[in-house]
Design a protein around this ligand. Sequence first.
Ligand SMILES: Cc1cc2nc3c(=O)[nH]c(=O)nc-3n(C[C@H](O)[C@H](O)[C@H](O)COP(=O)(O)OP(=O)(O)OC[C@H]3O[C@@H](n4cnc5c(N)ncnc54)[C@H](O)[C@@H]3O)c2cc1C
Length: 458
Amino acid sequence: MTTAGTVDLVILGGGSGGYAAALRASELGMTVVMIEKDKVGGTCLHRGCIPTKALLHSAETVEAVKDAAHFGVNATFQSVDVAAVNTYKNKVVEGLYKGLTGLVKSRSIEVVQGTGKVVSPTAVEVDGRTIEAKHVLLATGSVPRSLPGLEIDGTRVITSDQALDLDHVPASAIVLGAGAIGCEFASVWNAFGSEVTIVEALAHLVPLEEESSSKLLERAFRKKGIKQELSARFQSVTPTATGVQVTLEGGKTLDAEVLLVAIGRGPVSEGLGYEQVGVEVERGFVKVDAYCQTSVPTISAVGDLIPTLQLAHVGFAEGILVAERLAGLPVTPVDYDGVPRITYSHPEVASVGITSKQATERGYDVIEATYDLAGNGRAKILNTAGAVKVVAQKDGPVLGVHMVGERVGDLIAEAQLIINWEALPAEVAQLIHPHPTMSEAVGEAHMVLAGKPLHAHS
Ligand SMILES: Cc1cc2nc3c(=O)[nH]c(=O)nc-3n(C[C@H](O)[C@H](O)[C@H](O)COP(=O)(O)OP(=O)(O)OC[C@H]3O[C@@H](n4cnc5c(N)ncnc54)[C@H](O)[C@@H]3O)c2cc1C
């Protein structure tokens, strides 16, 4: 069967990247068909951003009850009802899913349920039906990666997909990989009472962040009792009577009930006809130019499928960019340095812009200032530790903002404006931050760089 006529855009994959493109394209008057083999919303809504943050909020609630005495409140922590936590988490996801499907429907986007395949530069096939389109968008996303010889069995050796649906709190867990996903699950399970050990091949937790942020997170995790094996390489895993035994290179062994493999996510591009129609693919990732166009002019690609930051808001931005370009609007490439990044662990790690190491490598004359949250009234009230570090070019704009502390993710919106509008430290120092808020720490760090520290030792 062939769809009558040619649509403007056919999209393969209804995750963050795909559905953002669909919504914007239809808004711009294009006819859109979106093919999704599972559920519109993709990884972020069903297996990623949203359910993990719900679990992290339950974890935060546990910590608030356990810390209640610090604030003069008598409360006793009893237990975590995992079934009830899952009900809460699933309700959040379901509510958003309902809203999203309603929105997609309201924009007259045709959603086709099924597994699609590209069959020509202007056609996609799904369940025997060929959909012809002026443009094709590849947005098939990513799935958890593993290592050679490390088999995911779904019960003892798991990925984030299974970790989200555990029906109990594991007594102990080894988390392989200290990126955002690994650190977030380490926080959840630690708060819920598991013995957690993180194994990371590189020298630090959240290794892509500013080193001082990694060190602050490492200190906070140590205080919480989360063990860390850094610069430690996984060698093998074997089943035991109660779970798994992991052997690290060098021979050290670790025992736990579960092993969470959180070493990254790989693109979904195999067997989907991409290379057959001429789309260039490298290590599974679809290659694109700065406008998300592939080597085939009628085919674009966005999201986790392309080698850019694997974040939902990056997928949204790329999807919108493609829709606007196809509609003939003027578009600007995404500035990936200017994308805010948050690890929602406890405490949170947030950053935007480049690290001081990257700034030096790029030849900037770098100046930096760190404002310790110990001097911030709101942080003291909340009993959280951490810091805001600002990296700037000498006599030039701010290049990077790096933060650690409870809820610092909420501060990244301001930092994003500072970076993307290329503000000078002195200009930010001039802005008035409300007292007492954590945002004052952002202001204070810039005041230090502007040579007019207030609540900081000069
Ligand atoms: C545990 C976890 C936590 C995360 N937390 C965050 C966070 O807090 N913030 C953040 O910004 N990002 C987070 N992410 C990352 C975020 O989820 C991804 O960056 C985002 O979902 C990528 O969107 P996408 O559209 O490229 O791919 P996906 O969301 O993976 O969507 C791709 C879609 O394509 C469909 N598909 C694949 N092949 C076919 C086919 N052949 N035919 C039809 N359909 C197909 C899939 O079913 C899927 O729905 C997290 C990810 C994980 C795993």
